[in-house]
Design a protein around this ligand. Structure first.
Ligand code: FAD
Length: 342
């Protein structure tokens, strides 16, 4: 196990609320590390609607999900928060000395004074193929991500899905696999039109195939994938021989490990008070879509406010008795120093 990273606060989730939490903590002189299971920061804004316009961020008449994220990253730059992406926070444990041991799926360990859960609707997980025979093949013959395309050399590969991941991997694996067949339930693709055109061009050259239909079953013998049954629009079921299947049906959020940390949950949200945004465990706070309280609205601007109040509460929790005056960023020399604009 690695040496723990010592920090004031660990923030679980790099969505808009987790990112702005870095800013509010930074203004009060607190150092944070942010962890997200996704490979890029931005939470739902980047994962679900990077190009869609948002109109209700105060003083920003319009910006896209990606632009909002870029601006938040720019705004928190002065505070030098550690960003740990592509890893899920799996464990949060209060230790005897009152500090928290936080562990991620990549075996990163933190020793933190406080924890802010900004996990939104949970961590995004690949949507699974839910047909008879699929679950048993997972990991060996049925995959939801590709680590090394060379692993598919000389294999007959079936790719399921119609988005960019499915298309990109089909185009990549053509150069590695013995054969590539892409199966999508509709003739219309969600992915980039240029990729669709490339795929059809490869089909015309007999280097790949495209099948429109719905997967009904995976057939295996002694745990080894043999074929996948695909029902076409003509309702005929065709069996396609395959050594390996790759499914790219997008990501869906699961509250995941957050549910196992002893937090008081209501449905899939964490109960907090509206003074400190603290959970039932002292020292663990929750902001953004993941929390609930009377009158809660799942809006970005509400999460920003929650982060500001949580930061003051955390300051008091970590440095009890020390008076914290409200200071304006406009006029406070201390704020200017922390922001690096002095
Ligand atoms: P999220 O954005 O959900 O981010 C949470 C992050 O935490 C995720 O990246 C997740 O991977 C990570 N995470 C969770 N669990 C773990 C774990 N255990 N370990 C590591 N990482 C973890 N709101 C508005 O105010 N205005 C709008 O116009 C608007 N439009 C929207 C349009 C759409 C299509 C959608 C879906 C939402 C929209 N929203 C809008 C809602 C807004 O996106 C959310 O309120 C906001 O994203 C919540 O931010 P968050 O930081 O709390 O959580």
């Amino acid at each position: 196990e690695r040496h723990p990273i010592h920090t004031d606060v660990v923030i679980v989730g790099a969505g808009p609320c987790g990112l702005f939490q870095v800013f509010e903590l930074g203004l009060l002189g607190l150092k944070a590390h942010v962890v997200d299971s996704l490979k890029a920061p931005g939470g739902q804004c980047v994962e679900l609607y990077p190009d869609k316009p948002i109109y209700d961020i105060p003083a920003v008449p319009v910006c896209t999900g990606q632009e909002l994220t870029d601006r938040l990253l720019e705004q928190i730059k002065p505070f030098g928060a550690g960003l740990h992406l592509g890893q899920e926070v799996t464990q949060v444990e209060r230790q005897e000395n009152g500090r928290f041991r936080v562990v991620t799926s990549a075996a990163t360990v933190f020793d933190a004074g406080a924890v802010v859960v900004a996990g939104g609707v949970g961590s995004f997980q690949p949507r699974r193929l839910d047909v008879p025979g699929a679950a048993e093949l997972e990991g060996k013959y049925l995959h939801y991500r590709v680590k090394d395309p060379r692993a598919f050399a000389d294999q007959d590969v079936l790719i399921l899905g119609g988005g960019d991941s499915a298309l990109d991997w089909a185009l990549t694996l053509v150069d590695h696999a013995r054969s590539v067949v892409l199966v999508h339930r509709r003739p219309e693709f969600r992915g980039a039109p240029a990729s669709v055109a490339k795929l059809y061009a490869l089909r015309d050259e007999h280097r790949a195939d495209v099948l429109i239909g719905t997967v009904k079953e995976c057939t295996h013998v002694d745990g080894v994938l043999k074929s996948v049954s695909v029902q076409g629009g003509d309702s005929v079921v065709r069996r396609v021989d395959a050594d390996q299947a790759l499914a790219f049906f997008g990501l869906s959020p699961k509250l995941g490990p957050i549910a196992e940390w002893g937090l008081d949950l209501q449905k899939k949200q964490i109960n907090v008070d509206t003074e400190k945004f603290q959970t039932n465990i002292p020292g663990i706070y929750a902001v953004g879509d993941v929390n609930t309280y009377p009158g809660k609205k799942k809006l970005i601007l509400s999460g920003f406010h929650e982060g500001a109040l949580a930061a003051f509460a955390i300051k008091e929790y970590l440095e009890p008795g020390k008076k914290v005056h409200l200071q304006y960023t406009t006029t406070s020399p201390l704020m200017h120093k922390r922001l690096g604009v002095a």
